[in-house]
Design a binder for this molecule. Structure first.
Ligand SMILES: Cc1cc2nc3c(=O)[nH]c(=O)nc-3n(C[C@H](O)[C@H](O)[C@H](O)COP(=O)(O)O)c2cc1C
Length: 388
C-alpha cells in the first residue's frame, strides 16, 4: 500500500535557556504531512516505511525559539487486520529516528540549550491515511491462486476463489478471509484431464476431498464443471456433503477437452477429439437440476457454457438458474476492444436481459424462474429423459 496522510504531533520534547536545561519550551506540535509504504506478504503481516516532516519551518521553543523543521523516519512491522470489506486497521511497531534540522542559531532565542542533545518524547502519534492496496493470494505451494483484490472489487460483487479439486489446503481459509472472498468454487474436469498431456487420471477420493473442504472452510462452497455439465446423480452427492451452489458449466460453449486436444499429440489428442463434445448441454443440465428440486432446497444453480447474450441468460434463469456465467465471449471482446470492448459487451448482455424481462412483462429478472415457458426441440427431448 502506498499512502499519504497527516500526523498530529503532541509536541512533547523540550529545551532550556540555561546549561542546566530548564526544560520549559515544548517542541511545537501540529499537523505533519507523511508518506508511507507497506508491503504485506504473509497473512496480513508485513513491514512498512514512514516518512513524516513538518510542512513549514517552525520555531522550537515557541515564538523566540530556534527555527527548525523535523523529519521523522521509521521502519515498522505491520499487521493489517480487516474490519470490513472496505476498512482495515494498520497496527505497527518498529524503530525510527528524527532529524530535528535546526536552521541557524539565534542567540536571543529563549531556547538555547537542548538538554544535551535534541530528542523527542513524541513517541505516539495518530495517523489517518488514504491509500490504495493491491493484494495477491498465493497458495502454500506458491502457485498463484488467481486472486487479485483491490478497489476494483466492489462490495456488491460476489467474490469467488476458484481451485481444482486437488488444490485445497487448510491455509486457504485465512487467505480467503484476508482478501474478502465470499465463497470457494471447486472445478471438476475429468474429461479435460483425460485429454491433457500428462493429465491427472486418478479421481479416487474426489467427493471426500470436497466434503473435507466444506467441513473445514467455514464459508460456502460451489462446485462447477468445465464444459461437460453436472448430472443429477453428481449433484445429489455434492449437496449431500454440503455444497451450496452448482455451476453446471455444460456443453455448448468452451470445451476444455477440445482445448487440450489442440495441445496434445498421439493417443491423448485422439481422445480429446473423441470427447470433444462430451457432456450434458448447459440448458439440459440446468433444467434437470432444477426439476431435481435443488433451487427449492436452497442450492443455487449457475448456468455457464455457451451463454452469449442477455436472451440466453434470460432463458437460463427461466430454466431455474439463479445466475449465469460466461467466459469466452467476454475474453474475446476484451481481446478485440480492450477494456472498453469488454465493458460494452457486458453492458449489451445486461441490456439484453433487461429487454427480455420487460418483454415478458415481469418486474425483475428473478421472476423469470416462475414465468410460463414453452420448451421445444432438442431441449424438450433432453428434459423428457432426465435420469432419476
Ligand atoms: C480462458 C478460459 C479460462 C478458464 N479457466 C477456468 C478455471 O480456471 N476454472 C474454472 O472453473 N473454469 C474455467 N473456465 C471455464 C469457465 O469458467 C466456464 O465454465 C465456461 O468456460 C463457460 O463457457 P463459455 O466460455 O462458453 O462462456 C475457463 C474458461 C476460459 C474460456
Amino acid at each position: 500500500m502506498l499512502g499519504f496522510g497527516a500526523v498530529m504531533s503532541p509536541g512533547a520534547a523540550a529545551c532550556g535557556t540555561t546549561s542546566s536545561a530548564n526544560l520549559t519550551c515544548p517542541e511545537k506540535g501540529g499537523i505533519y504531512p507523511n508518506i508511507s509504504a507497506d508491503v504485506i506478504f504473509h497473512r496480513r503481516l508485513g513491514f512498512g516505511f514512514d516518512a513524516v516532516w513538518r510542512g513549514g519551518q517552525g520555531l522550537f521553543g515557541g515564538p523566540a525559539g530556534q527555527p527548525y523543521r523535523p523529519i521523522l523516519i521509521d521502519f515498522n512491522g505491520v499487521y493489517q487486520p480487516r474490519i470490513s470489506k472496505k476498512v482495515g486497521a494498520d497496527l505497527m511497531a518498529g524503530i525510527g529516528w528524527q532529524t530535528t534540522r535546526f536552521y541557524g542559531y539565534t542567540p536571543t532565542s529563549g531556547c538555547v540549550y537542548f538538554a544535551g542533545a535534541p530528542y523527542s518524547t513524541a513517541l505516539l502519534y495518530g495517523d489517518v491515511t488514504y491509500g490504495r492496496s493491491f493484494e495477491s493470494m498465493t497458495a502454500p505451494d506458491n502457485k498463484p491462486a488467481a486472486v487479485a483484490h483491490g478497489e476494483a472489487c466492489a462490495t456488491n460483487v460476489f467474490y469467488l476463489v476458484n481451485i481444482g479439486n486437488a488444490g485445497y489446503d487448510a491455509a486457504y481459509n485465512a487467505a480467503m478471509a484476508s482478501v474478502g472472498a465470499n465463497a470457494l468454487c471447486i472445478h471438476l474436469n475429468p474429461a479435460q484431464e483425460m485429454a491433457q498431456p500428462g493429465g491427472d487420471r486418478d479421481f479416487r477420493g474426489a467427493l471426500d476431498a470436497i466434503a473435507r473442504v466444506v467441513a473445514e472452510l467455514g464459508r460456502p462452497v460451489m462446485v462447477k464443471e468445465t464444459g461437460c455439465g453436472i448430472s443429477p446423480a453428481v449433484a445429489r452427492q455434492l449437496v449431500a456433503v454440503g455444497v451450496r451452489a452448482i455451476d453446471v458449466s455444460g456443453g455448448g460453449g468452451t470445451s476444455w477437452t477440445a482445448v487440450e486436444s489442440h495441445r496434445a499429440s498421439g493417443a491423448e489428442k485422439a481422445r480429446g477429439q473423441e470427447l470433444w463434445d462430451w457432456g450434458i448441454p448447459t440448458a439440459a443440465a440446468v433444467a434437470w437440476l432444477s426439476a431435481e428440486g435443488l433451487p427449492a432446497a436452497g442450492v443455487d444453480l449457475v448456468a455457464s457454457g455457451g451463454i452469449r447474450t442477455g436472451l440466453d441468460l434470460a432463458r437460463a434463469l427461466a430454466l431455474g438458474a439463479r445466475a449465469g456465467g460466461l467466459a469466452q465471449p467476454a475474453l474475446r471482446a476484451v481481446q478485440e476492444g480492450g477494456r472498453a470492448g469488454g465493458e460494452a459487451y457486458l453492458q449489451q448482455v445486461i441490456d439484453g436481459l433487461r429487454a427480455a424481462v420487460l418483454l415478458t412483462g415481469l418486474p425483475k429478472a428473478s421472476d423469470l424462474a416462475t414465468a410460463p415457458r414453452v420448451i421445444t426441440g432438442e431441449l424438450a427431448v433432453w428434459i423428457a429423459q432426465r435420469p432419476r
